[in-house]
Write a protein that binds this ligand. Structure first.
Ligand SMILES: NC(=O)c1ccc[n+]([C@@H]2O[C@H](COP(=O)([O-])OP(=O)(O)OC[C@H]3O[C@@H](n4cnc5c(N)ncnc54)[C@H](O)[C@@H]3O)[C@@H](O)[C@H]2O)c1
Length: 351
């Protein structure tokens, strides 16, 4: 069977999706949708697709489409996913899952009811370093991991001003939802800890509201009416049921020496580790010695180069999604908790 795939949203990240699908032997790109005629036609022609729609509803109703990839403004993630699942399509959805947990849960429930493959496209999980670090943590090289630090600081990395990305109604949040989601997800995935207990957080808007810090991301058209009213710096502390703590810091804009700085740092009872570049820190064999090693010959437990291949394999019954719906829901609960804690000034319990 060939999976006939549709692309909903022909913006900046659409190429990543279409390129991967075009390399997968059991799939065919058949249709694209975007409100921008220029962007949908560019993608249609580049990937030799048969049909291009202005309205996503028309693509979702297309009987010649088995599965859709959704790369739209965040506010459309849940409604379009639910509509596509109800129309019997499998879905690969861009991060973040939704504007909030309630919306995400509705998508999850619809996917279960319709018995379709729904996967959140957490692409960084497929990095070989992430897979390697996860493997050595899971086999116990670090001992008991009691603390993790995850950060992604961009200096001048706000998406295009005046686009949906920087507007709360359309995006749901700023840097925490946009890139914090990636490193939060990785920290949980690497430590395989999906049981948060509570979260405390604070979000800030310090630059974008003054028109400072635009990077280059996003192809959507600017709309002067769209105000910057989301976070460009955010911090969170998550406590887990097993006692582990996670410190998460994220910025789109920040005064710092480098343009971009990100990492996940793990602290365990037997060793510590960094993700970027991947290194392990531990006591040496002899008393007083300390060593920094790059683990070698770590077997990566899957063969995927990208998320789309994993999703397509799952549709064809050859494998399961590496990012499960249950895991994606936990990440969304923590993100909600960070924003709730920031608004209320209180720690938020997660159930
Ligand atoms: N996984 C990653 O690393 C990664 C990277 C970038 C973006 N993303 C996510 O992908 C999504 C899209 O991001 P992007 O950078 O491509 O944004 P973008 O602004 O470049 O593209 C969004 C596209 O959606 C179209 N659109 C808006 N409303 C529409 C509608 N009602 N019907 C059809 N099309 C519509 C716009 O015209 C635009 O072309 C976002 O949710 C973002 O968070 C993920």
């Amino acid at each position: 069977m060939t999976v006939r795939v549709g692309m909903i949203g022909a913006g900046a990240i659409a190429d990543d999706h279409c390129t991967s699908v075009s390399k997968y032997p059991g799939a065919e790109l058949v249709a694209v949708s975007d409100i921008s005629r220029q962007r949908r036609e560019t993608v249609r022609q580049k990937y030799n697709m048969a049909r291009a729609y202005e309205k996503w509803q028309d693509l979702v109703a297309d009987p010649g489409v088995d599965a859709v990839m959704i790369a739209l403004p965040n506010a459309l993630h849940a409604p379009v996913s639910v509509a596509a699942l109800k129309a019997g399509k499998h879905v690969l959805l861009e991060k973040p899952f939704a504007l909030n947990y309630g919306e995400a849960k509705r998508v999850a429930d619809t996917a279960r009811k319709m018995r379709k493959v729904f996967m959140l496209g957490m692409n960084l999980r497929f990095w070989p370093e992430v897979q390697s670090l996860r493997t050595i943590v899971q086999r116990g090289d670090l001992g008991d991991v009691y603390h993790a630090k995850a950060y992604w600081y961009r200096r001048t990395g706000s998406p295009k001003m005046g686009t949906w990305f920087v507007n709360k109604k359309l995006a749901g949040g700023g840097c925490m939802l946009d890139i914090g989601v990636h490193f939060l997800d990785l920290a949980l995935y690497i430590t395989d800890n999906w049981k948060p207990a509570c979260v405390s957080g604070q979000v800030y808007t310090k630059f974008g509201n003054r028109g400072i810090g635009e990077g280059c991301w996003g192809k959507s058209d600017r709309d002067p009416k769209l105000k910057f009213d989301v976070d460009d710096f955010a911090t969170g502390l998550v406590k887990f049921q097993n006692g582990m703590t996670l410190e998460l810091n994220v910025s789109w804009v920040l005064h710092q020496e480098q343009e971009n700085r990100n990492n996940i740092q793990l602290y365990g009872t037997e060793a510590g580790a960094d993700l970027i570049p991947m290194k392990v820190f531990r006591s040496g064999k002899n008393a007083g010695e300390y060593e920094v090693v790059k683990p070698e010959n770590v077997r990566i437990p899957h063969r995927y180069e990208n998320r789309q291949a994993n999703w397509l394999d799952a549709i064809l019954g050859k494998d399961k999604p590496i990012c499960t719906v249950a895991q994606a829901l936990v990440v969304q609960k923590i993100l909600d908790g960070i924003y709730q804690s920031s608004a209320s000034g209180k720690e938020v319990r997660i159930r």
